[in-house]
Design a protein around this ligand. Structure first.
Ligand code: AHR
Length: 512
């Protein structure tokens, strides 16, 4: 009796001190599903200072460059192994005419970037420069063609220019522009947000347009296209149903766009750096809706494609806040806090756990725009907390998915609740197990006991991303306030794995 009272007393003390308990079971998955590396893709649009003043800089800027490509950015992105880069948009893609971006730079026509601040686009960064960048990054290009304001012939000729290895007027032009060999681009977007900035089409009209544009975007020898249809936004299930019915397996993939808006309101989204605990909670609740969207869209896809041939490509995701005060609102420049890192880690866990259908995703956007990995200020550059999550999670790329069953305590706020913990796990080709754990609770540390069935391991090490406050950010004055640290809060206890997850932290464990 005395022992039971003592146990209750200890439990009460732990709860009072803000401790909570989760349990997790990890099992080898018979389906042998792979977490595609392309889930870790990035997005670079002609928007604000993502391309111009980001990747592609003034020739006089005192930084290491190849042509005008900034090499410190290239090195940072190579370190986290970005697998693909989506370009040129976004909304910009549906007003982009590729022929304006080839040939002698000084002779390229200028245009107005109507979507993003009405600035003049000088087209100095075009097809060859983008593919040079992808070559430096050692990542695959993902090009989005213009359906909204471009012709079928224009898209068809762009593909020929990129991928045909024979004689034609179009390939002669490519050779004149200094590239005799075809580029062999595979990932091909057929428009962007065709329900909105890409042409305000209906699902029925767009799905017919897809069939027409895709017919003339040819598969040349050695360069088959993976055609990706414009998919729905958020919970537009009618769009998904219509595309699956009318296009089906003619497409390699279909996109999904979903942004986490802190307040849920597009007109006043909320600050990137100054937010209350309550707004933090609501933002995470909004972020977790990705689980609902992926699940429901996948269920529709299953009806038409039980073999799961068509990929769900979440090619725009991330937190979208109000722009940083004092910056051009059309440039979508925002700071990046620990909250954003928790959003990235949680969303990537969702994608990993849906890797049977989610085969590709692209965070919006790589440099200086929305939930950026990298921010620059002239020659200065910093890595955001979100960058560090991609660094931590790169171990999941092309690893085998492990099945998880999680029992999480709630994170409660003002009478509402969400699961405090989220997890994903994989095993790589060297039989090393990686578990990524996120504790969203703003105040409580959570201990987690994990049983691993059918998996051998002896040692555990880990890395953590955390900071004192959820509003903490890296600045140009203090660029390393948030960085990865080694994690010593995990141990083997018999066959189980025990870990103490600090409040608002991301931990990745390595089991060997
Ligand atoms: O990423 C910013 C914009 O968001 C993209 O251009 C567009 O596709 C989406 O609405």
């Amino acid at each position: 009796m005395k022992k039971i009272i003592l146990l209750f007393f200890l439990l009460a003390v732990l709860i009072d001190q803000g401790y909570s308990q989760a349990t997790l079971a990890i099992t080898a998955d018979d389906s042998k599903l792979t977490i595609s590396r392309h889930i870790y893709g990035q997005f670079a649009e002609h928007l604000g200072h993502c391309i111009y003043g980001g990747f592609w800089v003034d020739p006089n800027l005192p930084v290491a460059k190849q042509d005008r490509i900034r090499l410190d950015i290239v090195e940072a992105l190579k370190k986290i192994k970005i697998p693909n880069l989506r370009w040129p948009g976004g909304c910009f893609a549906d007003e982009y005419h590729w022929r304006d971006g080839i040939g002698v730079a000084s002779q390229r026509p200028k245009m107005v970037n109507t979507n993003w601040g009405g600035v003049t686009e000088d087209n100095s960064f075009g097809t060859h420069e983008f593919l040079e960048l992808c070559g430096l990054l050692k990542c695959e290009p993902y090009i989005t063609g213009n359906v909204g304001s471009g012709t079928v012939d224009e898209m068809s000729k762009w593909v020929e220019y990129l991928n045909f290895d024979g004689e034609s007027p179009t390939t002669s032009l490519r050779k004149t522009n200094g590239h005799p060999a075809p580029f062999k681009v595979n990932f091909w977007g057929v428009g962007n947000e065709s329900w909105g900035c890409g042409g305000n089409m209906t699902a029925e009209f767009y799905s017919d347009q897809f069939r027409r544009y895709a017919s003339f975007a040819k598969d040349y020898p050695g360069a088959p296209l993976k055609k990706i249809a414009t998919g729905p936004s958020d919970g537009d299930y009618h769009w998904m149903e219509t595309c699956m019915k009318n296009i089906g397996t003619r497409m390699w993939g279909i996109s999904l766009h979903n942004y986490t808006i802190p307040t849920g309101s597009w007109s006043k989204k909320g600050s990137a750096t100054s937010f209350s605990d309550d707004e933090y909670f609501k933002t995470l609740k909004n972020c977790l809706r990705m689980e609902e969207f992926v699940t429901k869209h996948s269920a529709i896809m299953d009806k038409y494609d039980a073999a799961k041939k068509v990929a769900l490509v979440v090619d725009e995701w991330g937190i979208w806040t109000d722009p940083e005060p004092g910056t051009n609102p059309g440039f979508l420049y925002q700071q990046n806090s620990l909250r954003d890192a928790l959003i990235a880690a949680t969303t990537l866990n969702i994608f990993n756990n849906h890797c049977d259908r989610v085969k590709m995703a692209n965070l919006a956007q790589t440099v200086n725009v929305l939930q950026a990995l990298i921010l620059t200020d002239k020659e200065k550059m910093l890595l955001t907390p979100t960058y560090h999550v991609f660094d931590l999670y790169k171990v999941h790329q092309d690893a085998k998915y492990l099945h998880i069953q999680l029992n999480s305590p709630d994170f409660e706020s003002n009478g509402d609740k969400i699961p405090a913990i989220n997890v994903s796990a994989s095993i790589d080709s060297n039989k090393v197990i990686h578990i990524s754990l996120v504790n969203l609770d703003a105040h409580k540390n959570i201990s987690i006991r994990t049983g691993l069935k059918g998996l051998n391991w002896k040692t555990v090490t880990g890395q953590i991303l955390n900071s004192e406050k959820i509003t903490d950010i890296n600045t140009f004055q203090n660029p390393d306030k948030l960085k990865l640290a080694s994690f010593t809060g995990a141990k083997k206890a018999g066959d189980d794995l025990l870990a103490e997850l600090p409040a608002h932290s991301v931990v990745v464990l390595t089991l060997k």
